[in-house]
Design a protein around this ligand. Structure first.
Ligand code: F0G
Length: 415
């Protein structure tokens, strides 16, 4: 595609705490005050709606939205693998009966190139790393970010380093990080510890940090919402429900909805729901009490969201406030019940993603979501990310879990 000319400084970093601004040429990740940076696009310097039409047929479901995610990056720096353009599926009758609602769709982000929504943020993050001339990128991860970083870095010819909490990463994800050729380190302890180490390290040695603390990741993840709204012909659902771990996605969804309103693409704002797993729910407590306390020892079977100190908690709080949303938590048992139903409907997802359906059931039961309202659940990761849990579930081998919807492996009798 031919290169379009944009003014270079249509986008700037702005600290969400002290409001200081920085040029995007600085390559900053965090404000000098320690606050998180957010990217502000100056719509008055662009004609984003007109530009969006130009990119409509782009191969990537992320770069199709270039004018509203990274308008000034030269096309030669874009590293993409045809991410986005994910499917939207009707819930089966069995799922509707389980959740007690009538109008539920699943958007399947597990259909991205490395099997999770992380690719949407990673294509933008790695492209920005290339624009800045970086050679090594780094992240901490519960698994999916590392798989995505490893793939995009190798594809771009960069070196990748990933730090993982030992024994707490699903096999599919660990296998991907190794296969794509990242330098893999494990640490004893939580994801939160791994993230702190990687933030400290990157600030010392100049490696480019690509956790969702990096505001370009958030820009890419906004496209889940833009694409969903486009799928729905810009008619907003009542609720958008997503699993919440480090809270990058919740933050990205709030930003996307705000910008969609600013650009007059939508008039109504759907309510966002952030679903955490019980045992790993610092954000739910923050939302309910207004006081933020990290959870030092988070514990859930949904390893992707086993996070006690979510780095984007303040951005996500604003996102829920803006959308008049809700944060809720669900048990491991209900996550695996919901997963078995999503899997059994032929859609399939990893455990963390199924927290959405468990959360919807809970909120319908409580009367927060009305049975007739239109709901979209975001399935964040592919079923094959965590095959071990599936086999263990169906063989009744998970401790403290009842395998209510288990299927059997039958012995074939040829006689
Ligand atoms: N679902 C899946 C499958 C995930 O991998 C993650 C996060 C989330 C939901 C939560 O999203 O962090 O934006 O609130 N995984 C990160 C990782 C932490 O390292 O792969 P979030």
């Amino acid at each position: 595609m031919m290169e379009r000319k944009f003014l270079p400084e249509v986008s700037t970093f702005k600290c969400i705490t002290c409001k200081k601004t920085y040029s995007i040429a600085s390559g900053s990740i965090r404000c000098s005050c320690g606050g998180l940076l957010e990217i502000k696009h100056d719509w008055t310097l662009l004609s984003p709606k007109k530009e969006l039409e130009y990119y409509e047929h782009h191969l990537s479901g992320v770069w199709r939205f270039k004018p509203i995610i990274h308008p000034s990056i030269p096309d030669k720096d874009i590293v993409m693998r045809g991410e986005g353009n994910t499917g939207l599926y009707n819930a089966s009758q069995r799922i509707l009966d389980y959740a007690g609602c009538t109008n539920l769709l699943f958007k399947h982000e597990g259909e991205n190139p490395t099997g999770s929504f992380k690719d949407r943020g990673m294509t933008v993050g790695i492209s920005e790393a290339k624009r800045l001339g970086m050679h090594t990128v780094v992240c901490a991860s519960t698994g999916n970010t590392s798989a995505s970083l490893a793939a995009y870095a190798s594809y771009a010819g960069m070196k990748a380093t990933v730090i993982l909490p030992k024994g707490k990463v699903a096999f599919g994800k660990l296998a991907q990080a190794l296969a794509y050729g990242a330098k893999v380190y494990t640490v004893e302890g939580t994801f939160d510890l791994a993230l702190q180490q990687v933030i400290d390290q990157a600030s010392k040695d100049g490696r480019y940090l690509l956790n969702s603390i990096n505001p370009w990741r958030i820009e890419g993840q906004k496209t889940i919402i833009f694409e969903l709204l486009e799928n729905l012909k810009w008619e907003t659902p009542d609720w958008i429900v997503a699993p919440a771990g480090n809270l990058g996605n919740t933050s990205a969804f709030g930003k996307a909805l705000k910008e969609a309103q600013e650009l007059e693409l939508i008039t109504e704002i759907p309510h966002l729901v952030a679903v955490q797993a019980k045992g790993s729910e610092p954000f739910v407590k923050y939302w309910e009490s207004g006081k933020y306390n990290p959870e030092p020892n988070p514990r859930t079977i949904a390893t992707a969201i086993n996070i006690g100190n979510p780095v984007s908690h303040s951005k996500a709080f604003e996102a829920l406030k803006f959308t008049n949303g809700v944060a809720t938590s669900v048990s491991d048992q209900s996550i695996l019940d919901a997963k078995a139903l999503i899997d059994g409907a032929g859609i399939g997802c990893e455990p963390a993603s199924a927290s959405t359906l468990a959360g919807i059931k809970k909120l319908v039961d409580e009367g927060t979501i009305l049975a007739s309202e239109k709901i979209v659940a975001i399935l964040t990761g592919h079923l094959l990310k965590d095959p071990q849990i599936i086999i263990d579930y169906h063989q009744h081998q998970l401790e403290n879990i009842q395998s209510i919807y288990a299927n059997k492996i039958n012995i074939y009798d040829h006689k």
